[in-house]
Design a protein around this ligand. Structure first.
Ligand SMILES: [Zn+2]
Length: 71
């Protein structure tokens, strides 16, 4: 099965401190699922269950994009 590399895809995470959006690449979150909010400085752990859903969606989107390019 040919996998889709989505490690470089950036996802949006919501800061629990200020509700702002923090962007981080999938690879970075896999390495260290802790983010620093640039707006309020809060450090928070990524919700890994929600993250795995986001990764699945990113993979599905990447596969769909690849199919569109082939067609
Ligand atoms: Zn924040």
């Amino acid at each position: 099965m040919a996998g889709v590399d989505v490690g470089g895809v950036e996802l949006d995470f919501t800061c629990p401190g200020c509700g702002g959006t923090v962007q981080a690449a999938i690879d970075a979150v896999r390495m260290l699922p802790v983010l620093d909010c640039p707006a309020c400085g809060q450090r928070f752990g990524v919700d890994l269950e929600a993250f795995s859903v986001q990764v699945t969606q990113a993979e599905a989107a990447a596969k769909a994009a690849r199919k569109r390019r082939k067609a």
